[in-house]
Design a protein around this ligand. Sequence first.
Ligand SMILES: NC(=O)c1ccc[n+]([C@@H]2O[C@H](COP(=O)([O-])OP(=O)(O)OC[C@H]3O[C@@H](n4cnc5c(N)ncnc54)[C@H](OP(=O)(O)O)[C@@H]3O)[C@@H](O)[C@H]2O)c1
Length: 290
Amino acid sequence: MILVTGANGHFGSTAINFLIEKGYNKADITALVRSEEKGAELKAKGIAIRIGDYDDTDSLVAAFQGINKLLLVSGTDLQNRTQQQTNAVNAAKQAGVKHIIYTSFERKNETDSSPIAMLGSSHIQTEAAIKQSGITYTILRNNLYLEFLPMVFGEKVFETGVFYPAGDGRFAPASRIDMAEIAANILMQEGHENKEYVISGTETVSFPEIAGALGNIAGKEIAYISPDRATYIAALTGAGVPEIYAGLFAGFAEAIQQGELVPATTDTEKLLGRKPQTMEAYIKTVYGKN
Ligand SMILES: NC(=O)c1ccc[n+]([C@@H]2O[C@H](COP(=O)([O-])OP(=O)(O)OC[C@H]3O[C@@H](n4cnc5c(N)ncnc54)[C@H](OP(=O)(O)O)[C@@H]3O)[C@@H](O)[C@H]2O)c1
């Protein structure tokens, strides 16, 4: 029996859809959600739901009973995530889960000097907890989602241009859909035991190139402005973005500038069985009708 956490979220629900599409027996899939209401759509699809919260280890121990493979989708609470995910690993151990597949994050610098240390440390500590538990694992070192780009652009990118402090740094984003399909493949296959995979695009891209791809769609030049960090954070917080997210977005930009998100190799194509969606194709899909 498989259990997918974060099952009503984007990644978890897409992974479940792929499992169903690929013919995995629905009766062998369970979905962790935080309430009955959040599980309604899954139930309507014929997927059994279990209720649990990363903050409540007992709820997770109960939810993980009878589960062999657990897709642990990382949580969204940046401040409490390390404890929450450690709770999930402890619960998995207590419930006798055999294999944890964890959605982690690509990085090179694992010290506090990393511009994304706030985010990276919870992934690093969760990976360590999984390994210490002795449970078989598969770690997915996901690069940035292509779906991150529209959040960076804002709603009027064709008028305002792209405003993001990443300079001409490069990174290797992949679509969340492709990443979720890879997670589904791993859940369905053998041979991924105690492996760590790099999941990214197969090409690197820069923000000048991304603005260029938007320009191709608009039929005009789309400006790319790379402000300094303070100007960027002031602009975001001035527009009502909470400081923690403004800092996180600026941290990603700095990480891109430092080459943190350019992996030496990637396992994406092998695990997906085809080339992943490119940045240009993604931009065309989202903005092509504008
Ligand atoms: N690589 C990247 O670029 C990137 C970008 C964004 C996020 N991420 C990471 O990838 C994860 C999946 O992405 P996504 O797009 O699917 O995010 P999402 O749509 O926000 O889904 C997150 C899921 O986690 C669940 N969750 C959050 N806190 C929980 C808790 N305390 N207990 C149980 N479940 C909890 C949410 O449930 P509720 O609906 O109940 O809150 C939701 O189902 C994110 O959570 C984040 O860690 C990566």
